[in-house]
Design a protein around this ligand. Structure first.
Ligand SMILES: O=C(O)c1cc(=O)[nH]c(=O)n1[C@@H]1O[C@H](COP(=O)(O)O)[C@@H](O)[C@H]1O
Length: 279
């Protein structure tokens, strides 16, 4: 049964208005577990991920657990991820599950059901998807997300240097990345206050080369913090689209733990920096 839920764009806009545009990543790297005095095993993962979620969730609009760090511990790790999703829900935070899925359409149906289907144990408010098997192959995820009030964030220009040669390649007079932007913009046209098809554009990339003006959707900007991007990089990069940007940071925040007060202080500090830039 599909639960009728308000559209993702509306839910996200409200959350950002209330808590600011920071997306806190929950990336349980083994070295972070060790730095928190935990063993890099399923038990350490559980303590790390649940403590981080508890400390961060109430203070940010959206939380982004990175699935791979949970999958690495097999079924026990996935069970912890399910608990993170539940905890975040209870804290009233939206969850963007970072799984970067993208497959042929018939398989995409199954991925969509797993992460965007009502009643699925791993259902989140939104997921990251890769369009590099073709934007059209994402259709099952886009359709189910829209039907269930969920969102997707499509990789356009990623924060890693290796992405550039593929994403900036020419695709009939525009870059491949721009073609992804244009497809997402077409899906979001006319939706108020914001469409549910977001993009991922790394905060580390050079400004220019991507026209985001017609997107009418959220833009996740990872690379903030540990990968070197700073709040002051956002305005030159995103220009008029700045109000739709979610700055994402994982290790930059998590390295401040395990003290919950220190984690919260890092969130508040980062939100303050963003506030100055985004106004
Ligand atoms: O989709 C993502 O979240 C993502 C896209 C991208 O282009 N670059 C990128 O770093 N990410 C993710 O964002 C997070 C960045 O982590 P930190 O570098 O620790 O802040 C990781 O979970 C990455 O997988």
């Amino acid at each position: 049964m599909t639960v009728v839920r308000e559209a993702f764009g509306a839910r996200l806009s409200r959350a950002v208005a209330r808590r600011g545009p920071l997306c806190a990543g929950v990336d349980p790297h083994p070295e972070l577990l060790r730095a928190w005095g935990l063993t890099p095993d399923a038990r350490g993962l559980e303590t790390f991920a649940l403590s981080a979620t508890e400390a961060l969730a109430e203070h940010v609009a959206i939380l982004k657990p990175q699935s791979a760090f949970f999958e690495a511990y097999g079924s026990k790790g996935v069970a912890v991820l399910e608990r993170v999703l539940e905890h975040a829900r209870q804290a009233g935070t939206l969850v963007l599950l970072d799984v970067k899925r993208g497959d042929i359409g018939s398989t995409m149906v199954a991925y969509a059901q797993a992460y965007l289907g009502d009643g699925s144990p791993l259902a989140a408010d939104a997921i990251t998807v890769s369009p590099y098997l073709g934007f059209g192959a994402l259709e099952p995820a886009l359709t189910l997300a829209e039907a269930t009030g969920r969102g997707v964030f499509v990789l356009a220009r990623t924060s890693n240097p290796e992405g550039e040669s593929l994403q900036r390649a020419d695709s009939g007079g525009r870059t491949v990345a721009q073609s992804v932007v244009d497809e997402a913009a077409a899906r979001n046209a006319g939706v108020e206050p914001l469409g549910g098809v977001g993009l991922v554009v790394g905060a580390t990339i050079e400004p220019g080369g991507l026209d985001l003006t017609g997107l009418n959707g959220p833009i996740l900007a990872p690379g903030f913090g540990a990968q070197g991007a700073e709040a002051t990089d956002l305005a030159p990069l995103f220009g008029d689209s700045l109000p739709n940007v979610l700055a994402a940071s994982s290790r930059g925040l998590l390295r401040q733990g395990p003290d919950p007060a220190a984690l919260r202080a890092a969130v508040l500090r980062t939100q303050d920096e963003l506030k100055h830039v985004l106004r």
